[in-house]
Design a protein around this ligand. Structure first.
Ligand code: FES
Ligand code: FES
Length: 148
């Protein structure tokens, strides 16, 4: 039995210790906003925040998380910074197919929580998630807008 702290709630789960956090979130807890893309920590579709840091959950064994604070896209608008990011995403009409976007929003939220007024370089360094639709310019614009 493992206790996970997700979006401000404690969940008890019974899974193998090395199960990737992504699958526990999606399959065990039903939090399907976090997406599976590559499974090898390359694309960022599975990004969540763990103790405020953008983390690719497909490569995080669930037994390594401990009592850390996990935040997912499913509750991102409960976070004031997350809400601003979502509002900027909508205003800038960032998504195209949308598949990568929950991970992008999580990466942007983590950036702005740590660096409220990022430079273009900070944005480029932080926003490394892949988007097969090529929405990168709108992503950067939305991050700048959310930063105010
Ligand atoms: S699914 Fe985790 S980085 Fe691609
Ligand atoms: S919006 Fe389609 S993959 Fe990014």
């Amino acid at each position: 039995m493992t206790t996970l702290h997700v979006n401000g709630r404690a969940y008890q789960v019974t899974v193998e210790d090395d199960t990737p956090l992504l699958w526990v979130l999606r399959d065990t807890l039903g939090l399907t906003g976090t997406k599976y893309g590559c499974g090898i920590a390359q694309c960022g579709a599975c990004t969540v925040m763990i103790d405020g840091t953008a983390t690719r959950s497909c490569q995080v064994p669930v037994d390594s998380v401990g009592s850390a604070d996990i935040r997912t896209i499913d509750a991102i608008e409960e976070d004031p910074v997350g809400r601003k990011v979502v509002e900027a995403w909508v205003a800038a009409q960032v998504p195209q197919c949308g598949y990568c976007q929950s991970g992008q929003v999580m990466a942007a939220t983590a950036l702005l929580k740590q660096t409220p007024h990022p430079t273009d370089g900070d944005i480029a360094d932080a926003m490394t998630n892949l988007c097969r639709c090529g929405t990168y310019n709108r992503i950067a614009a939305a991050v700048r807008q959310a930063a105010g």
